[in-house]
Structure formats: C-alpha cells, structure tokens
Design a protein around this ligand. Structure first.
Ligand SMILES: CC(C)(COP(=O)(O)OP(=O)(O)OC[C@H]1O[C@@H](n2cnc3c(N)ncnc32)[C@H](O)[C@@H]1OP(=O)(O)O)[C@@H](O)C(=O)NCCC(=O)NCCS
Length: 330
C-alpha cells in the first residue's frame, strides 16, 4: 500500500579529526591562503586518517543519524550510499557499510554515483521507495574521501576538496504534504570531461602507464565547471520551486552544495535571496562531494536553523555534470 509521505526522522554527520589549513597547503605547493580564500571561500578541510576508509566515515555519520532518529541499525531495510570514492571498485560500498554498521541482511543495499549531487539523487530514490510502502526505514548516506583521488601536486584541484560524511534516516508518514515534497534531477552528459578521473575504469584500466601519467587522479576544468554549476544550480532551484508552486521567499533555508562561496553567492543573487538564508560551511570543510549537502543539513538542524513547518531547499551539482534539487517540509 502506498504511503503518502517520506519524512526525515534523523540526521547525522562526521568529519575526520585531522584539519588541513590553507597555510599548511601553501608550505607544500605554490599557493596561498589569500588565493584560496578569495577564489573559493575555503579556509581549511578535514582529511581522513591513514587507514580510515570511506566506509568508516559513513558508519560514523550513519550511527549518529540513527541515534538522532531513536532507531537502531536493525530497523533499516534500505541503505543507499552516494559516493564516488567507494572503498573498492567492487563490491558496493553499501555492503561494506551494512556489515560494519550491523544493518540486517534482508535490507536492500546499493551505491549510487552522481558525484556531488549524489545525496539528492539518493534522497529522491529512497523517498520514492519509502513512499511505495515497500520499504519502512531508509538510511541515506552521502560520503566521500576525495583526498584519495586528488593529485596533491595539482594546485588547481587539491586546495578545493576535503573528506566527510552525512546521513539521514527516512520513514513513511500518512500525513500528506510533508517531508520530502519532491526533487528535480538531471545531468549534462556532454560535459563528462570537465571533471573526471580518466583512468581506472573499463575504458582506460589502471595500467602502470596510466598511473605514471597521473590519470588515476581527478582532472578538472575549473572555469567551465564554475559557469555550468551556477547555471545548473539556478535552474534546478527554479524548476523545483515552480513544480511545487513556491516563490523563493517561502524558502526558510537553502542548503546548497558547498563547492565554492562564489558559486553560492551567485545562486543567492539569481534567486534574489539574502545570504543569511543559505547554509555555508565551505570555509571549514571545502568540497566534500556527496557529503557536502547532508553535512550542511545536519549542522543546520543541530544549530536550530530548521523549525517545524519550515521549507528547506537542497540544491547541488557535480561531476557528470549532474544536478539536483529537493524540497523538504519539516
Ligand atoms: C577552480 C576555481 C576556484 C578557480 O578560480 P578562478 O577564479 O576561475 O581562477 P582561474 O582559473 O582564473 O585561475 C587563475 C590563476 O590562478 C592560478 N591558480 C590555480 N590554482 C591556484 C592555487 N591553488 N593557488 C594559486 N594560484 C592558483 C591558475 O594557474 C591561474 O593562473 P594563470 O592566470 O597564470 O593561468 C574556480 O574556477 C572554481 O571554483 N570552479 C569550480 C570548481 C568546482 O566547483 N568543482 C567541483 C564541482 S562539484
């Protein structure tokens, strides 16, 4: 039997202990705190400890979200993990997380790759499965360990990224018009080359030559990504508002993907919303990819920035290039 709404029962997040500051980076590569802050808004980022895998960060965030919801891993029958940095290419990171967290074997567990939009893709997918009535409680985790795939000698990319995890627990509700109201997902597949790891997949396997050429690291055309990101975020935000008949004024809080403060600024001015309606933590975490939106969401909730009845807009873009937006009524 179809359930009317998919609601958020709890949130949680995790960032590794180790903080890497701009100052420290500028001692290793030709960059400066001033350049990084003025171009991106980033001051520092968290970096996973040696031996700390994507699954370990996900487990921490997942446990916190479950505790917040007053549930245990045994309650979960759907585990969706959005990541581009799984522990291994095979099997799904979700299966490793399932085992470490103690989610039962009858739960459906799978990964989803939509890069930095991954959490919104996961939220929409899990919500539809909850609304169908076929799943009772879902754990959706956005997690990435980008420190494992950035070239620490490439100043164009390494200064922008960090590691972390964020999670939400979803459940069904008979109350209409509440929880995850809807989402708008899309992708510009013609822009794959703007942001990718060229080797290590089936088209260009991880040979010694590919490794030597640095092709197992992330490559990015920053300026082009920037322009497309602003356009995609603006369109995704407008589309979802229009679909649900909302004006941007009715949005209490926007939780944007934390890639660059200038991108968030541009989206705010396109939507004609003041910056104090936006959650910004890019200064402390950098771009944590799929973890970015759920980490910001969890921080905003814990800081008391989300009240019952509020409407929150999530919006993101990422490699692919993918984009996504979602509306939540609390
Ligand atoms: C990457 C980004 C911060 C660069 O900012 P920008 O204002 O576009 O800077 P530019 O590309 O014009 O680079 C300016 C100069 O700074 C240099 N530069 C690049 N990285 C640098 C660094 N870390 N420190 C110092 N100088 C740097 C460049 O080499 C360039 O020098 P040149 O003019 O002599 O060639 C910005 O384009 C961006 O954020 N893009 C989107 C990236 C993104 O969000 N990716 C994730 C998607 S999910």
């Amino acid at each position: 039997m179809a359930i009317r709404s998919s609601i958020i029962l709890g949130t949680g997040s995790y960032a590794p202990e180790r903080i890497l500051t701009n100052e420290e980076l500028s001692q290793k590569i030709e960059t400066s705190d001033e350049w990084i802050r003025s171009r991106s808004g980033i001051r520092e980022r968290h970096i996973a400890a040696p031996g700390e895998a994507t699954s370990d960060m996900a487990v921490q965030a997942g446990r916190r979200a479950l505790a917040d919801a007053g549930l245990t891993p045994e309650d979960i029958d759907l585990l969706v993990v959005a990541t581009v940095t799984p522990d291994m290419t095979l099997p799904a990171c979700a299966c490793i997380i399932q085992h470490k967290l103690g989610v039962p074997t009858h739960a459906a567990c799978f990964d989803l790759n939509a890069a930095c939009s991954g959490f919104i893709y996961g939220l929409d997918t899990a919500s539809a499965m909850i609304q169908s009535g076929r799943y009772k409680k879902a754990l959706v985790i956005g997690v990435d360990k980008l420190s494992a795939i950035v070239d620490w000698n490439d100043r164009n990319t390494c200064v922008l990224f960090g590691d972390g995890a964020g999670a939400v627990v979803l459940g069904g509700s008979d109350q209409p018009d509440t929880g995850v109201l809807g989402a708008k997902l899309g992708a510009y597949g013609d822009s794959v080359n703007l942001l990718c790891v060229p080797a290590g997949g089936s088209s260009n396997p991880a040979t010694a030559e590919a490794i030597a050429a640095g092709d197992l690291f992330m490559k990015m055309k920053g300026k082009e990504v920037f322009k497309l990101a602003v356009r995609a975020m603006d369109e995704a935000a407008r589309d979802i508002l229009e679909q649900h008949g909302f004006h941007s004024d009715q949005i209490a809080l926007v939780i944007p993907h934390q890639a660059n403060l200038r991108i968030i600024d541009a989206v705010a001015s396109y939507l004609k919303l003041p910056m104090d309606r936006f959650v910004v933590n890019v200064d402390r975490y950098g771009n944590t990819s799929a973890a970015s939106v759920p980490l910001a969401l969890d921080e905003a909730r814990k800081a008391g920035r989300i009240k019952p009845g509020d409407i929150t807009l999530l919006v993101a873009f990422g490699a692919g290039l993918t984009y996504g937006s979602a509306l939540i009524r609390w």
